[in-house]
Design a protein. Structure first.
Length: 336
């Protein structure tokens, strides 16, 4: 099937993180047919339980094109108009999968070899597939990771530093607040101090940003709160240590700062003939830990519609990405 048909077929298989089995099986069958007709090999790379990555390769995979099969909720099926394919995962990242498969077909038709396709589970939640793949390298020298970059080669991507802030207090009747100790007030005062901290700036990635994503706590309006917590996500542009230290100092003894996740910011190389951009989101790339080669980041579609009810991908961008992925493979092989 062509790349538009494959995109819609994949979108119409619900594959919210942890439920990728059906889409992985469908991709395995698609790639097995392609590999069987062209001297390639395809395998299931076990991750955990019944979840698996799909890896296909032709010859020695010097360059691997890779992206993820899972999506965020909620699922909604595909539709198509003259310009776009719509639906959950259309740009993040099932259209990207289809364009990578299209690039493989193009390379094979032109006699190409020594490349691979790797499709992983779990990117939208915990990068379980990329972490598993990092333990099973196949000799690839370059990994081209696919995320929506509007068909531009990313020069850098921000990292992520996530905290849970937990405040403790003492219960009391709200008519006698002097008998209690409000965890909510401690939390709010601590968060206000954190908000005043100037965040780092990078010459390529720009400013680091912070989002207080959730706040919860308390028992009832007439009870002094004994517990409260918040979740914070910082988009990293450099060293996380100064942020860790400044946040802890800002909270003092008002609340505990518990680190949940740290993904470093990444910088990538330029490739001749490609427009460039920088992106503020994180990817699977740090979780591969270099095991699949030097990373690059490129893909069709816009991140601004990913994860939304308006998610879609341009048919023109999908077609362009086929040629550009094939071009990337050839240029990177020449560097090996």
């Amino acid at each position: 099937m062509n790349i538009f048909e494959l995109t819609r077929t994949l979108v119409d298989i619900e594959s919210i993180s942890d439920n990728e089995i059906e889409v992985a099986s469908r991709l395995h069958d698609e790639l097995a047919a392609l590999a069987g007709a062209s001297g390639g090999r395809v395998e299931r790379m076990e991750v955990a339980g019944d979840r698996f990555n799909v890896f296909a390769h032709w010859g020695k995979p010097l360059v691997t094109l890779s992206t993820h099969m899972d999506t965020v909720p909620p699922f909604f099926a595909s539709r198509e108009d003259s310009e776009n394919i719509w639906g959950r995962g259309s740009c993040d990242a099932k259209g990207i999968i289809a364009s990578m498969v299209g690039a493989a077909r193009k390379l094979l038709a032109e006699g190409g070899t020594n490349f691979g396709l790797l499709f992983v589970v779990g990117e939208e939640r915990n990068s379980a597939g990329a972490i598993a793949a990092s333990r099973s390298p196949r000799g690839s020298r370059y990994l081209v990771n696919g995320e929506p970059t509007e068909n531009k080669l990313a020069l850098a991507s921000k990292g992520a530093l996530r905290f849970e802030v937990v405040a403790h207090g003492r219960l009391a009747h709200s008519a006698y607040p002097e008998l209690g100790e409000s965890a909510i007030e401690k939390l709010l005062d601590g968060l206000e101090s954190i908000r005043r901290i100037p965040l780092p700036h990078d010459s390529v990635l720009g400013a680091s940003t912070m989002n207080i994503g959730t706040i919860s706590g308390g028992r009832a309006p007439n009870v002094i709160a004994d517990c409260a917590n918040a979740e914070i996500l910082v988009r990293l542009v450099g060293d996380p240590d100064p942020i860790r230290r400044q946040f802890a100092e800002a909270l003092g003894n008002r609340a505990d700062l518990n680190e949940v996740l740290c993904i470093p910011a990444m910088h990538f190389e330029k490739i001749e003939g490609f427009q460039t951009t920088v992106v503020s989101y994180t990817t699977d790339i740090p979780m591969f830990a270099g095991a699949w080669g030097r990373p690059l980041l490129f893909g069709p579609g816009s991140i601004h519609v990913a994860h939304t009810s308006e998610e879609r991908i341009s048919k023109q961008d999908l077609e362009r990405a086929v040629d550009q992925y094939a071009n990337l493979v050839c240029q990177l092989q020449a560097k090996c």
